[in-house]
Ligand binder design. Sequence first.
Ligand code: ADP
Ligand code: MG
Ligand code: MG
Length: 889
Amino acid sequence: MDKFVYLFHEGNGSMRDLLGGKGANLAEMTRIGLPVPFGFTITTQACNAYYDASKTIPTFVEEQTLEALTCLEDKMDKKLGDPNNPLLVSVRSGSVFSMPGMMDTILNLGMNDETVIGMAKLTNNPRFAYDSYRRFIQMFSNVVLEIDTFYFEQFLEETREEKGYSSDPELTSEDWQEVISGYKAIVKKHTRKEFPQDPKVQLFLAINAVFNSWNNQRAIVYRRLNKIPDHLGTAVNIQSMVFGNMGNDSGTGVAFTRNPSTGEHVLYGEYLINAQGEDVVAGIRTPQPIATLKDEMPGVFNQFSEICKHLEQHYQEMQDIEFTVERGKLFILQTRNGKRTAQAAIRIAVEMVKEGILDKKTALLRVDPDQLNQLLHSRIDDKFEKRILAKGLPASPGAATGQVVFDADEAESLSNDGKKVILVRPETTPDDIHGIVASQAIVTSRGGMTSHAAVVARGMGKACICGCEALKIDLRTKQFTVGETLVNYGDIITIDGSTGEIMLGEIPMIDPELSDEFQLLLAWADQERKIGVRANADNPEDAKKSFEFGAGGIGLCRTEHMFMDLKRIPIVQKMILADNYDERMEALDQLLPMQQGDFEGIFEAMQGFPVTIRLLDPPLHEFLPDKEELLVEVAKLQITDPQSFELKRQEQLLKKIRQLDEFNPMLGHRGCRLGMIYPEIYEMQAKAIFYAAAKLAEKGILVEPEIMIPLVGHVNELKHMRQLVISAAGKVQYETGRMFDYTIGTMIEIPRAALTADQIAEEADFFSFGTNDLTQTTFGYSRDDAEGKFLQAYIENKVLPENPFAVLDQEGVGKLVEMGVKLGRATKPALKTGICGEHGGEKSSIDFCYRMGLDYVSCSPYRVPLARLAAAQATIRHEVNKQEIFTTA
Ligand code: ADP
Ligand code: MG
Ligand code: MG
């Protein structure tokens, strides 16, 4: 027969899956000789057996439980239900991952009308005994019998008032007995049964309730949110009671071995004298800081400090510890890895290395890369009170203050006047980019975490709140309301993109902190990692940021963003609308020096590090005005000014837009297909790059541009484009008299490119996997449509485990990446490979890239520190083949 019940001394800390986190740690602490009240754990497998037996406790589980209970009774020399010498226990749930949705703990189980008398005699403290009994009835009724605590509290309050007391400690033993009678009546009224007197019945009812709580609504929702599998089940811990409420030589408390918010190495916590378990968190009395325990109970304090040190050394982790003191004797009731802020996580990891507790590799595994986001954005200073107006989705972290504007153009013009603005819109589109750039932060009332606004804002490292439905925006009157509150154009608001909170007025901020510890940790990461980290940067400013954050180059420089600049867009439009080659060349000649200037700035910022520049990628219509708007415009002019030159011009524009109109722009005339039809555009871009390289060579900075051709699906496309670039380079070299090295490569973002990567590699010096388009084309999803319409439902219904645009789909898209690398390297063993989709900044995707043997990942500048850490973790994890040990289990 399998073992379903473990006494604490039979288990150990590695048995989390079976005993749950709490049970495994109680066993471990028992094993290393700490003062833990004796007890046993019913396993998570028993929970699954309970569900397999359609929610009944199987006999073998019941038998093993009773056996363990007998051991417990022998050990304690007390018996459950013995009126003269009763054993009392706590029943505590505990799954593998701590889950707030689970059942509350029941204390003092075993109390009934007889044992309470025994307790009173034994302790010579009837008041304590009756108080414990009434606490038990209340807890048990609430948790197991599901009677709202409110009824009990109301009754207690009435009794207090009746007797003229102002607080609980004034109640005498007799008063508590009265309360108990009242409580029992409440139970009878709600359940039509007496309060269960048989302690064994109490025990099994409680075990049932713990098992049931695994599938209550709260727990299910929590598991879904945190991707915890449903099949794990919860364990139940049965533990003999110790009492912190036996007088002033007793108490209970919790402490962290280090400060969880700053990481400082001091004991951090609080306690209450003469109180039981829950009282500390319940907020009935204000607890005292742990430091004063030193004066109140010096012996206990010293012992506790030693145990804290011991536990930290033992687990090599900051611990969060629960303790109780019963008549001067210390007991430890729980330990677990303490939750902490990013700042604390970094400081603790670094200091533990310095203290010799951890080696560097383990320390690197201790910081969750996802958490680092918190540190790279301004934050609201918690010292100041904030009144929250509304709450939306925390779409992009960081905080910002600014004047409310409702329109991208207005955002831009106000920002040009030196004003700080926050763009508030129902949602944003690519047309709003200039407004987003100009704003401190973005707020939308519609759209989710992956909406346009969210994605763009995260890319730019700007704070953003999405889907804040409480905002009723009126674009016409330029105001929004939240309930009764009216906010006008120009009013100041503050938003926190990490929490989704919107507040009126200005609230002081703290600048992002790249603490010394953070820098040090990243330096360690750089020593470990075997995969490069580059940044996606489209302008000199982003390039500088990337360099600052430690990027080893630029993996993707998108040239279209240079086209979007307000001053350039008319020239770009001129180029697109050109009727003939000469007209087009005229526009291109104007654009060339502008692009060259950008490239010079980027090369300079990167100081000789590699820079991959992608030639023009999006379809040309993206640079033209919106068709519908233009239609309205033309219709108006036809009525008001039918003879005007302006109307002619607009009509021409409309005609061109119609020509460029596509059924499916994502799969239309874009990428290298543009270069094939309008080679002069790519030629201009290539020349601008080479002129910039020549210019920098003059300044003594050697750059080796990597020119990247987008959207190649057939090797012949690349063959053509390669010739074009080589000839442009030749021209520039001849003209400037300067030689420079350069390479030509391609994006792999169309399945056909991955499938024929061996052919494509013949013409490519490098591959860069554009996993955004590759995901779109592999799934056959257009991202905007998918995220707007069905993807959320897919994820909720577990059709897909994650959003494949955020977390690389390793099984599908990843297979194409793998194939691309293998085939490419079969042709060219030294072929350089990288990834430049948003996935390059996501930890599990980075791990995948490492395993595929890519040379580098590339992500937005603000994700570079995260990627450096994640890259080191991938290396360490796979080289040492050690289990992933994240702090926040
Ligand atoms: P949670 O997971 O919500 O912290 P716990 O099971 O740890 O729930 O218990 C809640 C409170 O009851 C804690 O303060 C804990 O220390 C206390 N407690 C649990 N078991 C005992 C016991 N056997 N004796 C005394 N106090 C206990
Ligand atoms: Mg606890
Ligand atoms: Mg692409």
